[in-house]
Design a protein around this ligand. Structure first.
Ligand SMILES: Cc1cc2nc3c(=O)[nH]c(=O)nc-3n(C[C@H](O)[C@H](O)[C@H](O)COP(=O)(O)O)c2cc1C
Length: 184
């Protein structure tokens, strides 16, 4: 039987009409049939990271869900906005929970910067993902074909889900992912 390839997608924005999350939703619409594409939407349910709490016996249900979701995925797609030249708090908090448990070690990851700006947070996140041992998918650099022309004020769900330019870029990303799957 053909193996189903599992992708976990994560958006670093909690906004209802987040361009980053909508980008992932649009990606889901074009997901090839041999791949599953799940979007993890509970970054806001994770408690604030405290190493003192990271011990067996404490009831860290969402932390366990987060770690299992990452561990069970064959690949991660991560997108995130920049806030005040930094990584968003929810994204950094979620990543801090897996520094010691190591779910991202050797995990293939596509990390497109879909904003026209956000380069400082992108570089910072790149550094974090690198130190966690991720295998970065090639051709997902900040100035790849994947930037979207939308900023906070002007995006609507319809604009992003139906934008032919974004759909074209998403198809290119899927092509890139598919051509890399055999190497993972
Ligand atoms: C509090 C706040 C701070 C921001 N700071 C930056 C910034 O430093 N650099 C930048 O490029 N964009 C910044 N932005 C713009 C967001 O990155 C941009 O609106 C992005 O589309 C938000 O992503 P989202 O649509 O997925 O929520 C900021 C937005 C907010 C709300």
């Amino acid at each position: 039987m053909k193996k189903i390839f599992k992708i976990l997608a994560i958006s670093g924005s909690l906004r209802k009409l987040s361009t980053n999350t909508l980008f992932l939703k649009t990606m889901a619409n074009f997901c090839p049939s041999n791949i599953t594409f799940e979007i993890y939407t509970n970054l806001n349910k994770l408690p604030f990271f405290n190493p003192d709490d990271d011990i067996e016996g404490l009831n860290l249900i969402e932390v366990e869900r987060w770690r299992s979701a990452l561990a069970n995925a064959d690949m991660i797609v991560l997108v995130s906005p920049e806030y005040a030249h930094g990584v968003t708090g929810v994204m950094k908090n979620a990543l801090d929970w897996i520094v010691s448990s190591g779910e991202l070690l050797d995990k293939p990851i596509a990390f497109p910067n879909i904003s026209l700006r956000a380069e400082i947070a992108y570089s910072h996140l790149l550094e974090i993902l690198d130190v966690m041992g991720c295998k970065l998918l090639k051709d997902c650099s900040p100035r790849s074909t994947l930037t979207t022309p939308y900023m906070l004020a002007d995006a609507t769900e319809k604009m992003i889900l139906e934008d032919p330019e974004i759909i074209e870029r998403i198809k290119a990303l899927w092509k890139n992912i598919e051509s890399n799957i055999s190497n993972f």
